[in-house]
Design a protein around this ligand. Structure first.
Ligand SMILES: [Mn+2]
Length: 292
């Protein structure tokens, strides 16, 4: 078992947790926003997603079954935030994710700010060695350092390429000069596709056989996903994002995933539902439970 706990919360989809030994996927809520640069509030993301998930149908009309009754999903208690240094929180995420891998289960994290993804990527490296990262985001997050730390959310893919065999970013529409300088150093292993293009075959061709998927929720267009720290216009649509994840799930082995940067807006429920539904669809696409 994972040895931390601060409080219990709703389980995903309002569905009871299976026995730990039976669980195939493990959901790890991480309410943390220590380095968020523009506005904070992603610490409230996981709770809002869990609450919204209880409003979704268990039955998935695309798959023709209830994903969660075919696929035992265990929802952990939210991680306790370490507020001293972002590196401490990333180390805690690495430890927690490593425990999920050690138990031979699929980690699906949701936060929380994007810097945390590096902890999960490090744990993936520990257990899988060779893997690619598929990165859905408005921003390249490829700076070597930002606001005096190498662990800022704006650096998370630059850190990740130090352990992953390749990083492929999709949906980008904000690339800084500092991102570009680093990109040139890693050109052979760092691929990017600018929004609104989602060329599935080309994207998949850049990925190795094992893939970790990280979704910064701001990859979606701000009109349907305003609930994020640094929203940008011109993003991908709902079906674009589903198509990429579905194709990767069909053609590669997905070894872990996350959804980050969701920052609920009080009184506005549509983004909460979107984020919760995306999590549910990702479970189906990545773990492919069979119909009985
Ligand atoms: Mn972003």
């Amino acid at each position: 078992m994972i040895n931390y706990s601060i409080r219990s919360t709703a389980h995903f989809m309002g569905y009871p947790n299976p026995q730990w030994a039976q669980a195939k996927a493990v959901l790890l809520p991480i309410p943390y926003d220590g380095t968020t640069s523009y506005q904070s509030g992603t610490r409230f993301g996981p709770e809002a997603m869990l609450a919204a998930s209880t409003q979704l149908e268990l039955y998935d009309e695309e798959f023709g079954f209830e994903t969660i009754s075919r696929l035992p999903v265990y929802t952990l208690d939210p991680m306790e935030p370490h507020l001293n240094h972002p590196g401490d929180m990333i180390a805690a995420v690495r430890q927690a994710t490593a425990q999920i891998y050690r138990a031979k289960k699929f980690p699906l994290l949701f936060g929380g700010e994007h810097s945390l993804t590096f902890g999960a990527v490090q744990a993936a490296y520990q257990y899988h060695k060779k893997f690619s990262v598929l990165h859905l985001d408005a921003h390249a997050d490829f700076r070597n350092e930002y606001e005096h730390t190498r662990f800022n959310h704006a650096c998370v893919m630059r850190r990740s390429i130090e352990v992953a065999q390749a990083v492929t970013s999709v949906g980008l529409r904000s690339i800084g000069r500092a991102d570009m300088i680093e990109h040139k150093k890693y050109k052979k292993r760092h691929h990017w596709f600018l929004a609104p293009a989602v060329p599935l075959e080309q994207i998949i061709a850049t990925l190795g056989s094992k893939v970790y998927i990280t979704v910064d929720i701001d990859v979606l267009d701000a009109s349907i996903m305003p609930a994020t720290g640094t929203p940008l216009p011109g993003g991908l649509g709902w079906y674009d994002v589903l198509a990429v994840i579905k194709a990767v799930g069909q053609q590669r082995q997905v070894i872990g995933a996350d959804i980050m940067e969701f920052m609920p807006i009080g009184g506005l429920r549509a983004p909460d539902i979107l984020a919760a539904k995306l999590l549910y669809k990702m479970l189906g696409y990545c773990l492919k439970p069979q119909a009985k």
